[in-house]
Design a protein around this ligand. Structure first.
Ligand code: HEM
Length: 183
C-alpha cells in the first residue's frame, strides 16, 4: 500500500481522535514509533492491522472507518492530481474517468503503487456504476471517496452496493446516483 495512504491515515486519526491517538494506535497495533514516508510502499497487512486496531479502540466497524477515511481523503486526492482533472468535471465525471485519467498516472509515477482497477459505466447523466475488485477488498474506501468528492463539488449522491466482495462476490458493484435537487 502506497505511503500516501498511511500519511493520510495519520492525518485522519489526528483529525478524528486528536493528536495523541496515532501514537497509541501504533502501539496497540504492535508498531510503536513507526514512521511512514509518503513516497514509499508498505505491506497491505500494516494498513489492515491499523484499521482493525482503530476499530477495536473506537468500537466502530472497520467498514465504517474505511468509508469515513475515504470521505476524508477525497479532497486531498483531488488536490494532488488537480492538473489532470478538467475544471468542468463534477463528482460523476471524476469517478467515471478515474481509471484512465488518474489511477493509470498514479501507477506510472509511483512504481510499486497498485491502486485498484475501476471499471465504470456511466448509465446516464446522474448515475455511474463502479465495478471494483481488489485483493484489499476496500470497497468502503471507494464509497467514502465518492461521498467525499460529492461533498467537495457541493453535490449530493446516493450510494448503493448491489454485490460485494466482502459477501463473497467476485467484485463489488457500487452505484453512485446524483440527487436531482442539486443540479
Ligand atoms: C483524484 C482522484 C484519485 C486519486 C489521486 C487516487 C489515488 C489513489 C492512490 C495513490 C491510491 C493508493 C494505491 C496504493 O496503495 O498502491 C489509491 C487507492 C484506492 N483508490 Fe484511488 N484515487 C482517486 C480516485 C479514486 C476514486 C474516484 C475511487 C473510487 C470511487 C478510488 C478508489 C480507490 C480505492 C478503493 C483504493 C484503495 C486500494 C485498493 O482498493 O486496492 N480512487 N487511489
Amino acid at each position: 500500500m502506497h505511503g500516501i495512504i498511511f500519511s493520510e491515515l495519520k492525518k485522519y486519526v489526528d483529525d478524528r481522535l486528536g493528536g495523541a491517538a496515532w501514537g497509541a494506535l501504533l502501539e496497540k497495533a504492535g508498531m510503536p514509533g513507526r514512521i511512514f514516508m509518503s513516497m514509499q510502499e508498505y505491506p497491505d497487512a500494516d494498513a489492515a492491522k491499523l484499521v482493525s486496531t482503530a476499530s477495536a479502540i473506537t468500537g466502530q466497524p472497520a467498514q465504517a472507518i474505511l468509508e469515513d477515511f475515504g470521505e476524508f481523503i477525497a479532497p486531498d486526492l483531488l488536490k494532488m492530481y488537480a492538473s489532470l482533472i478538467p475544471k468542468k468535471w463534477l463528482t460523476l465525471d471524476v469517478i467515471e474517468h478515474t481509471e484512465e485519467t488518474i489511477h493509470t498516472v498514479v501507477r506510472r509515477r509511483n512504481p510499486g503503487a497498485r491502486p485498484p482497477e475501476l471499471r465504470c459505466q456511466r448509465l446516464g447523466p446522474d448515475e455511474v456504476v463502479i465495478v471494483y475488485s481488489s485483493p484489499r477488498k476496500m470497497c468502503g474506501v471507494a464509497k467514502g471517496i465518492a461521498r467525499g468528492m460529492a461533498r467537495h463539488f457541493n453535490e449530493t449522491v446516493a450510494i448503493g452496493e448491489s454485490s460485494c466482495m466482502l459477501a463473497g462476490a467476485k467484485e463489488c458493484r457500487i452505484s453512485v446516483q446524483r440527487q436531482p435537487s442539486n443540479r
